[in-house]
Write a protein that binds this ligand. Structure first.
Ligand code: GSH
Length: 199
């Protein structure tokens, strides 16, 4: 299979991390988002959802959305719990990551560390940063109760939440007040087969 991918993207990193930990071979196809390769008409016609990561299977069929790709790859492995409650919890955190964490932590990260803050968006940056801190607070409270986000073991919900949280200090998020989050990041990093983001 092929992964349409970009090194510094946390959403792409989620998929690379799981593929590495599952030991699945794949071909990487680099899309240089910093050079605008994600905005060309060719890109849009090949990838109707308009964003990477995209996993292309050997029969040419495609799957977009990082967390959907994680789910697809993790099915039947220890990265996705078998119990109904834990699977639903995994979904809960995957949706939460996309709606309440990624739009804030990841966008601030992308603006500060990769693309630059778009002109006129300084107030929006401040708002997104405040919402990012609120997301870290939610993680901190949850992690005070349990070491992992779904079930008893490390899995795809943890990968999804690790991706942008662990690079957030590069975008000046202060993890000092969040000891449980810092402990979680250390636990994820210590998992067998861990790979680093390329940023
Ligand atoms: N909800 C999507 C978001 C994917 C996304 O935002 N991808 C960015 C890179 S991180 C992208 O493709 N951007 C296109 C561009 O910047 O031109 C997911 O989780 O996969």
């Amino acid at each position: 299979m092929k992964l349409y991918d970009c090194g510094p993207s946390g959403n792409c990193f989620k998929v690379r991390l799981l593929l590495a930990q599952l030991g699945i071979p794949y071909q990487r196809v680099n899309v240089d988002l910093l050079k605008g390769e994600g905005r060309t008409p060719e890109f849009r016609s090949h990838f109707p959802l308009g964003r990477i990561p995209v996993l292309e299977r050997d029969d040419g069929s495609q799957l977009a959305e990082s967390n959907a790709i994680l789910w697809y790859l993790a099915e039947g492995t220890p990265f996705l719990p078998a119990a109904r409650e834990a699977r639903a919890e995994a979904l809960q955190w995957l949706f939460w990551e996309q709606y309440s964490h990624e739009p804030y932590v990841a966008v601030v990260y992308a603006w500060i560390c990769e693309f630059g803050v778009p002109e006129g968006k300084e107030a929006e940056l401040k708002e997104r940063r405040a919402k990012g801190v609120a997301a870290l607070e939610v993680m901190e409270k949850q992690l005070a109760k349990r070491p992992w986000f779904s079930g008893e073991a490390y899995g795809i919900a943890d990968i999804a939440l690790y991706a942008y949280t662990h690079v957030s200090p590069r975008a000046d998020f202060d993890l000092g007040p969040f000891p449980n989050v810092r402990g979680f990041l250390d636990r994820v990093k210590a998992q067998p087969g861990h790979v680093e983001i390329e940023a």
